[in-house]
Design a binder for this molecule. Structure first.
Ligand SMILES: N[C@@H](CCC(=O)N[C@@H](CS)C(=O)NCC(=O)O)C(=O)O
Length: 107
């Protein structure tokens, strides 16, 4: 008996997950994450790298504000007066915190 080539995973809509996703995209368009993020960062910052990778994985567009490049520590502190570490992340203009808080926030 054929299971659609996807092992024994359930097929509640009568097709496998890839077919369902591609039918959905054909009908309704590709689902995109419309959130926008700002990532305050600095050079040589593993947590910044992880935060950017997570946003990319979730399909969330972000603007990076690196305080060793085009931005300053003063500008960072204007945006987040309590900032002691980087990254500092905003999602749709709301301050989320660092990488740990971002991970929690995005589930
Ligand atoms: N809990 C924070 C930790 C962030 C962190 O420790 N960042 C390092 C750089 S990767 C930092 O800013 N350290 C203090 C410093 O360099 O002055 C988070 O999840 O974002």
């Amino acid at each position: 008996m054929s299971d659609g080539g996807k092992g024994s995973s359930p097929r509640p809509f009568g097709v496998d997950a890839d077919t369902f996703a591609s039918n959905w995209e054909r009908t309704f368009g590709k689902k995109e994450n419309t959130m926008k993020a700002i990532v305050w960062s600095k050079d040589s910052c593993p947590f910044c790298v992880q935060a950017k990778a997570l946003l990319q994985l979730k399909g969330i567009e972000f603007e990076e504000r690196n305080i060793n490049q085009d931005w300053t520590r003063e500008q960072l502190l204007e945006a987040v007066p309590t900032a002691r570490t980087l990254p500092q992340i905003f999602l749709d203009q709301a301050h989320i915190g660092g990488f740990t808080e971002l991970k929690k926030h995005l589930g």
